[in-house]
Write a protein that binds this ligand. Structure first.
Ligand code: SER
Length: 342
């Protein structure tokens, strides 16, 4: 028998790939859900794969199917990212908000059926922060969890609302007083994530991974934000490690439900310079998309992650230099070795 059952929604997405790879090393039985069929490399690591209506977090078929498994932890990754959400806000709201409500209901039902607390891990985002102007953004560089919560995008609004929904479930659906709630909700506000293996779709922090992957393949890249644009980023392995650390933390250690985590906060010009340093032939230019620029200009330049460091020992393994020299560059050179050789 596997040690525990874990549900991962949005398993086919960027973070899903990395998380399932890490979870599969732990002996857990993974139930993976996604709208579309999963690639073999991911599906083979899972005890069950639910796709189509059963994998669609907005549908009742999803809840009914997931209830067949004695799930103890849920990593709810399914979401529409920020640029895609601005293009179709109604669809994004449906998936990001109604989907999360379904996941919380599922956790509540699993908890009461199996008489235990279900840990729900929710990737939130720096998009919950919102500044009306660049001047204001640069006056509050390292934001704390309770500051500047005026999201300007549908994505940020939906994620902030879902954080509050999660806190509501954790508070409202309690067992006897003093006992852990049925729904043990834990969220991380992620910075932009950079993976050497995959590219995100529909995000606005995508310029960093796109720039890197283009350079590694010897392709020119036109960056859609200004060189001085600054937001926090993190190497994907650290993002996955943070989710697993928070999932494993004892409830008593946690003074809040929602945590910032930080690693490094380069400008787009810093990224271009670093990437060109590793790939001297790289051609990186700047061609600003005003709508996407406005999105990142409203996000914070960096975060204050003191609470995560104090409560559950968060510490990034990859600083800016190490992220490139020890993870991104070796892994991406290996990945595109055939492209560069041909
Ligand atoms: N990386 C996300 C996006 O760009 C933000 O959390 O949408």
């Amino acid at each position: 028998m596997p040690s525990s059952w874990i549900l991962v929604t949005g398993a086919g997405g960027e973070m899903g790939h990395a998380l399932i790879h890490a979870l599969s090393q732990t002996g857990a039985a993974i139930v993976a859900t996604d709208l579309r069929p999963l690639p073999d490399g991911i599906a083979d690591s899972c005890a069950a794969v639910l796709t189509g209506p059963e994998g669609d977090v907005t549908r009742t078929e999803f809840v009914q199917s997931a209830l067949r498994y004695p799930i103890e932890r849920i990593f709810h990754l399914a979401a529409v990212l920020s640029t895609a959400a601005e293009r179709d806000p109604v669809r994004a709201h449906h998936i990001n908000v109604d989907g999360t409500l379904n996941v919380l209901e599922l956790a509540h039902q699993l908890g009461s059926e199996h008489q235990r607390s279900i840990r729900v891990l929710f990737p939130s985002t720096i998009a919950v922060y919102g500044f009306a102007s660049l001047e204001e953004k640069m006056r509050h560089v390292q934001v704390r969890e309770d500051q500047a919560l005026q999201p300007q995008t549908l994505y940020g609004i939906a994620k902030l609302h879902c954080e509050r929904l999660g806190e509501y479930y954790a508070r409202y659906y309690r067992r006897l007083s003093g006992e852990a709630p049925w729904v043990d909700f834990r969220a991380i506000r992620f910075p932009g994530l950079i993976s050497a293996d995959t590219l995100p779709t529909g995000g606005t922090s995508d310029y960093a991974p796109e720039m890197l992957h283009a350079a590694a393949q010897g392709q020119p890249y036109r960056c859609f934000v200004r060189p001085d644009t600054q937001i926090p980023f993190m190497a994907m392995p650290d993002g996955v490690r943070a989710l697993l650390m928070l999932a494993d933390a004892d409830r008593e250690q946690l003074s809040q439900h929602v945590y910032n985590i930080g690693a490094f906060a380069p400008t787009a010009a810093d990224l271009a310079q670093t990437i060109a340093g590793y790939f001297p032939g790289a051609t990186i230019s700047f061609d600003v998309d005003q709508r996407r620029q406005a999105i990142v200009d409203s996000w914070c330049a960096d975060v204050d992650d003191t609470a995560a460091r104090q409560d559950w020992g968060w510490m990034p393994q990859y600083t800016y230099e190490r992220a490139f020299s020890e993870y991104l560059i070796p892994a991406i050179k290996h990945r595109y070795a055939n492209v560069l050789a041909s």
